[in-house]
Design a protein around this ligand. Structure first.
Ligand code: E4P
Length: 214
């Protein structure tokens, strides 16, 4: 499973990259706002740091505006793909951009039928938001399971990015289901490394080493 980092914070991206955990990056308007930087500086820094796919989101709501924004976004780097919200105008934009050879990531996906539309429109990636479904009492990972089964049934090539990840259980379940990609906040990447028995084991080895005669 590929690991994308779900952040626009360049320091977090650098730290996760040093661990070998950055196969790509997903950003959104909220994550850009959180950095306190302007969009241009922020995206330029990410493009200069990461070789894999980088998602940058449009803000327009009609297909013409989305396509125009997308054309500007891909000028930042050949690995930039365009995040398009799952709407009817969004699908028109995805179809147009696909025909132009521009890669898209359909975002804010909350149902299997939305994912089918994204794949049929030609999206390179589809992003089901599991945490936000959990937040309203649904099991977000069930959506991922269903999308993966549907894409397998019809050999769709659209890759599934498990998004809105909140905890290590989401990551484990995504891997067990065979999701192509998880986009993970930096805090959760750090949590994946932690286990109390590992910490206890290190402490015990250090204590025992003190008893070795010199
Ligand atoms: C995905 O591409 C989104 O940026 C992200 O996963 C949204 O996560 P949130 O629900 O924690 O805001």
């Amino acid at each position: 499973m590929k690991f994308f980092i779900d952040t626009a914070d360049i320091e977090e991206i650098r730290k996760a990259k040093a661990m070998g955990m950055v196969d790509g990056v997903t950003t959104n308007p909220s994550l850009i706002a959180k950095t306190g930087q302007d969009f241009d500086t922020c995206l330029k820094e990410i493009v200069a740091t990461v070789d894999g796919p980088i998602s940058a989101e449009v803000l327009g709501t009609d297909s013409e505006t989305m396509v125009a924004e997308a054309k500007k976004l891909v000028m930042y780097g050949e690995n930039v793909n365009v995040k398009i919200p799952m709407t009817v105008p969004g699908m028109v934009a995805v179809k147009k951009l696909t025909d132009l050879g521009i890669k898209t990531n359909v975002t804010l996906v909350f149902s299997p039928n939305q994912a089918i539309l994204a794949a049929k429109a030609g999206a390179s990636f589809v992003s089901p938001f599991v945490g936000r479904l959990d937040d309203i009492g649904h099991v977000g990972m069930d959506l991922v399971d269903e999308i993966l089964q549907i894409f397998d049934n019809y050999a769709f090539t659209t890759e599934v990015i498990v998004a809105s990840i909140r905890n290590p259980i989401h990551v484990k379940e995504a891997a067990l289901m065979g999701a192509h990609i998880s986009t993970i906040p930096f805090k959760v990447i750090q949590q994946l490394a932690k286990h109390p028995l590992t910490d206890i084991g290190i402490k015990r080895f250090e204590e025992d080493w003190q008893k070795v005669p010199t």
